[in-house]
Design a protein around this ligand. Structure first.
Ligand code: PRP
Ligand code: URA
Length: 215
């Protein structure tokens, strides 16, 4: 897929993704369509982010003959959404890699301080052996993703990839500084500053509220 890579950040350029991001930005897009779009974009992003997964070869019998053919091998995967908006990305991801495990990290951003507050963490027991795709639609100040990556590293996880829909400059720079080993895949990049409430501009508003219809 076409996209631009810079300092471990991949921003998708695929026309389908750009079109779907525009629909997400539109404030008139309702929750049902918003959820479907998040899921579709996640599938497309995940396709790109899994490009380097290692392959092995097995023998398979086709209706015509026996042949050798490739299968995913080696690395075990996990998807870990940051609750709650990250949940909206899990169905799309697990659709592509059904054997992956799913963990959950619960964080919300304090509206006054914009600092992440942890309220839940449940991860697969063997999480340290897995490549973890951490999902959250929004990378704004980067505080939530920074903290979630910190939890994963504290549990021994070595391979972490962050998948988001919209990335803002502040959040990208924070992750690049604090976690230079983590690749970031974003469907779009908004390079303006955040507004006074810490929302991405132009952004798409509050992702959790739009996914779950809470406002
Ligand atoms: C949103 C979003 C991220 C976070 C991004 O979650 O889903 O987790 O804000 O902002 P940051 O990069 O400045 O940390 P929110 O705190 O609104 O919680 P929610 O998912 O429960 O709505
Ligand atoms: N969280 C959101 O849901 N949206 C933003 O723009 C920033 C943080």
């Amino acid at each position: 897929m076409k996209g631009t890579w810079s300092d471990r950040v991949f921003v998708a350029e695929h026309p389908l993704i750009q079109h779907k991001v525009t629909l997400l930005r539109n404030k008139r897009t309702g929750s049902k369509e918003f959820r479907e779009l998040i899921q579709e974009i996640t599938e497309l992003l995940c396709y790109e982010a899994t490009r380097d997964l290692p392959l092995g070869e097995i023998e398979v019998e086709t209706p015509i003959c026996v042949t050798k053919s490739k299968v995913l091998s080696g690395r075990k995967l996990a998807f870990v959404p940051i609750l709650r908006a990250g949940l909206g990305m899990v169905d799309g991801a697990i659709e592509l890699v059904p054997a992956a495990r799913v963990g959950h990290i619960g964080l919300y951003r304090d509206p006054e301080t914009l600092k992440p507050v942890e309220y839940y963490c449940k991860l697969p027991l063997d999480i340290e052996e897995r490549t973890v795709f951490l999902t959250d639609p929004m990378l704004a100040t980067g505080g939530s993703a920074d903290a979630a990556i910190g939890f994963l590293k504290a549990r021994g996880v070595k391979n972490i990839i962050f998948l988001c829909i919209l990335a803002a400059t502040e959040g990208v720079e924070r992750l690049q500084k604090n976690h230079p080993d983590v690749d970031i895949y974003a469907a779009a990049y908004d390079d303006g500053s955040l507004n006074e409430h810490g929302y991405i501009v132009p952004g798409l508003g509050d992702a959790g509220d739009r996914i779950f219809g809470t406002k």
